[in-house]
Each structure stands twice: as C-alpha cells, then as structure tokens.
Design a protein. Sequence first.
Length: 414
Amino acid sequence: MEDNDQAVLAGMLESAEEAAPVEAVEAVTGTIATALEALDVSLLIADLSGRALVRLTHQPITGRPGRRQGTEAAEVLPFDGGPYEQALRQQTTLVLPADGHWTVLAPVTERGEAIGLLEIGLPDEPDAAAIAEIARTAHALAFVVIANRRHTDLFEWGQRSTPFTLSAEIQRRLLPASFTCEAGSFALSGWLEPAASIGGDTFDYSVARDVLHVSVTDAMGHGVASALTATLGVGSLRNTRRRGDSLVAQAEEANRAVAEHANVRGAYVTAVLGRIDLNTGRCELLNAGHVPPMLVRGGRAAPLELPANFPLGMFPDEGFRSGVVSLLPGDRLVIVTDGVRERNAADLDLPAALLGISHLHPREAVRALSDAVLAIAGPVLADDATLLIIDWYGGDGSRSSTSGADTDRASTFP
C-alpha cells in the first residue's frame, strides 16, 4: 500500500505540473480516478459563506442549480446536516452506499483549513486500507489546490456565492490566506460576516518559531473609504510585525500611518493586537479603543481588563500600553469587533453564547457564533461582525494528523 501511495502521489504531482493552473484539479482527479479504479471523482470546495460546498466543472450543468462563467460552472450544494456537511465539519472520511456503488467523502484539508471534500465513486465497498489511501490522497490534493489557486481566479470565483463590491474586494485581500491554523500548542480560526455596506473589519495572524501574532481591526465608517483606511492600518501592522517590532511600536507606527495618510478626515481604526509565547502561554495584548477580548476559562467567559488606549489614527503623537495574561491549557481567547455587540446584535448574550460553543473546534465555533449573530441581527447586518478564536493547549501540546486535521480536536455533532 505504501508503494501505491507513493505512485499515486507522484502521478498527482506530475499531472498537476503538466496542466495549466485552471486545469490542474481536473488533471489530478483524473489521475486519482485511474489509480483507484474509480467511477468518478470530484472536488467540492467550501463556499466563502461557510454554508455550502461548490462543485466546479468545465461543462455546463444542465438541470441543476449553479452559476456559470463562460464554460465554467459552479454547482452549489447548501449544507443540510447530511453526510457532506458532516464529513467536512467533523473532518472524517465517510463511506456511503448509493444505488449499486459506493461514494467516499474525504476532507481536503491542510493544517486544519477545510478546503473542501474529495468525492469518489467506487464500484465496490472499499476496505480500511483503501479508505486510508483515499484520505491521504485528499490531503495531498489540498496542496495542489493551495499551489494552483495562486495563479488563477477560478477557485475564488467558484467560492463566491454573490458578487463582491469594490470595498468587499479590498477587504478580502486584507484577510489571511487561510482562516484556520492548527499547531501543537494552539488552534485558531477567524471569520468575517460582512455587512450590507462593508464596515472595514479585518483579522490577521502569523506564526513565528516561538510566537503567535494575532490582530483584529475595525476601521471607521463603511464602504470603499473604510476599506482604504483598513488597508493603511493592516499594511502598517504587517510591516512593523515583519520587522520584529514590539506590540507598542506596531501600534504607534500604525497610529501615525492612519493619521497621516487616511483620505477621510478624522479616520481611525480600533484594534486588538496580541503576541502569544508558544512555549509559556504568556499573552501580551494591546487594546486600541476596541471591544475587550474575552477569556473563556473554567466554565466562565469574561472580558479581559487591559490598559486603555485611543484608536489608531485618532491622536498621532499618543503613546500606547499593553497588558499581559498567562494562558492556561484549555483556555480560549476570543476577539470580536463591535458588529457582534452593537445595535440588534447587542441582544446576544455573548458570554452565554461562548460557553455554549466551548466544545467546538475554533473552525466550527466561529461559524456557530456568526450564525448566532445573524439569527438576532440578520439576515443583513448593519456592521461587519468579525471573530477570532484561539484555543490554547499548552506549550507541551501535540498535534496528531495524518490527513490535514487533528481529528482528536475536531468537533463532534449529533
């Protein structure tokens, strides 16, 4: 089986490199179908809404709901609680009998990021060895998608349920390439539920050798002006972070950048910046006029008391102060924007909601909390609702994954 795995992987890589970026997935799934003697193979990618899967094809889809762009077609499969949704959310491979053949659904995942599902039709019921091989193949497919989506808009187009405005396009480019990241000592996931008129929210993270950097920002206003202000703030924070500057230095530089360069008079950005020592759990946080972060610990969810600072850009010569909290194994740090707390969303009991989803992996918890906000303040939000959830397992934590996700930490559902 190991030799066969290597042969399949070699064939996938060769076919991906020989094909154009827009044809790479079709070429790879063809290789998989031949190697596994499959009846059919499809890649279903996760929709940007987080509430559907999308099957991309190069032929028109007749008689089925979907979007088209030239000869490209995207068939949307909304989540309905069925096996497709469960396979993705629980990060588990499922085998389903279907009219004289068998369908295998395997998560296409990389470091906890749920890219989609590999759907394989087989003439006979697969044994445990074949299922394990399919799971490893799906994991390898994740890297093919990640590599090729850098070169084409096809995957991005397929994932978009609705057209983006200019401000949404700008905002999308400010978010990290992956919304989820798993490591031994932590797992995190972010989510942004956009308003009808983009509200300038962003989240970001970066993992260094011994430090996890995180940020959540909210630019004043709505629309393109807000998105441009957010670009200044995020660009400055990334620049100083990559230079190795302290949190205070990052805030001070972003403060000056927004004050000097924003096109809107009086523009500002609220923010929470964080640095977590991956060996000790020491968490330094800086709050610049933002909603206080929440700490979920021991069955209690409460805001963290941090030194007060003005928003970035409000007073260009203002200094900043940070605070420190020591994270314990099992802690959950939650950072949200005011779209989760203001107007109708204020009716949400955030501490109770956080305790109600404490058993969920951050990948699922951010979506559950977003759904709770939409249920109260939706279906169209007055302001962006952005969430970043970080679970801390401890500096000695370990991650066990053979196919892209740590299944021991994955969410379970009835």
